[in-house]
Design a protein around this ligand. Sequence first.
Ligand code: ADP
Length: 478
Amino acid sequence: MKNPARVLIVGFEATPFFKTGGLGDVMHALPKALRGIGVDARVVIPYYASLKKELPQKKIGEMYIRFGKELRSVKMYEGVFPDSDTPIYFLENQRYINLEVTKIRSLEPFVFFDIAVSYFTNWLSMQNIWQPAIIHCNDWHTALIPLLLKSKLQSSIRTLLTIHNLLYQGSASYHVLDLLNLKDEETKGIKHNQPVSQMNILGEGILHATRVSTVSPTYADEISKGRHLELIYAYLQKRKEEKSPDGKVVGILNGIDYEEWDPCHDKVLKQKYGFSDLASGKAKNKQALLKQLNLPDKPTFAFVGRMANQKGLDLLSNKIDDIMKLDLNIILLGTGQPDIEESMRQIARKYKDRFRAEIHYEEEFAHELYAGSDFLLIPSHYEPCGLIQMIAMRYGTVPIAAKTGGLADSIKDGKTGFLFEKDSSSGLLSAIKRALSVYEKKDSFEAMRTSGMKEDFSWDKSAKRYRDLYIDILKLNE
Ligand code: ADP
């Protein structure tokens, strides 16, 4: 491209600087892939206190922004991702941008960051540093930016809002408008069915963004049919009516970073492997894993993920006695809701010979699990995209997943994995039984692992789709 699209990608996490889940991976891998195909993509995230210790600080400036009745300072820093040439900016304010996203307990930091990003884009172009044509917002945390650009800055910058999880919406009192110095009429809030004093931050983003996307075609379809959440459905409907044909939510499947997730070159693994030595490489990793956890040599099923209701561990609990009657091991790695963590610990105590609940966040152990397990369990009630099934297949581990969202889009039932009807614990049980019967037939099992490994989940395809969407956005008459 002669004039590459200039896109500023905004979010609250980016691997390796700070990661809580899949969004962190996307904020790292997508810009890298976009730059590879000629898009000038850059990233901005909050400058968390915990980051400052590790990063060489290159301050590029300081500005003051109005936040409610006060003027507050924002310091701006510039860096680059360690494994690519992607520039990343960090915004800092001692009071509002300090704690990591998981520790924030009020809305102010999100509102503050969104205002800061909006003025930051102005600042960048005024200093002749760079002028983004599109701001690509991610999730509700950044969903006030489209509204702010239009109403406060009268900016011509276009916006794309990507929804990584519709459940989290940022419900706020109208006090937020005072912080933004906006009037009620300037929002497009949908008041019916809601307390009059409430606004929905993701909803505002849905209504004001130039385009809205989500992270898989099936999830785009599910949410447009109102399958998941009624309240936000009203916003999606209103957008569709007001902005036809661009009101539709576009679904683009995420990819995974093929350099980070590569069993041939994975630094964590003592025994690296590829297609040619898949069976022996996996066997050695499995042996090491089972030895480390003191587990018997049996078909081994793993789970990696947040222990949140969404992830469907209740389906596993419901049928655990039947499942543990089968000849298998189960290893869970995750943290999250204390009630789910506790119920998993209880199961581990009951089946201490073959069930392990590792309740912590540990990247290296996650790599060992993907490499050393035979199967990965993904019983999610819903899954906008999901990265773990793609990582599993890349490592020759067969996913067993609920047929929903990105899981349905990336797993071929009976060929690269097993899909079962979502929300069904008996579906999960019979999928595990199907998996065990394939495991016993060595050739079929090998064929399945190889088919999964051959799938292409690199970011290349998806990055091209984002590039096309950016080009579309720039062509629109607003
Ligand atoms: P979500 O974004 O809903 O959390 P995804 O499947 O999209 O789920 O992404 C999860 C990412 O976080 C994967 O890279 C996975 O390996 C990682 N992950 C989740 N929990 C843990 C954990 N306890 N330890 C290490 N990595 C984890």
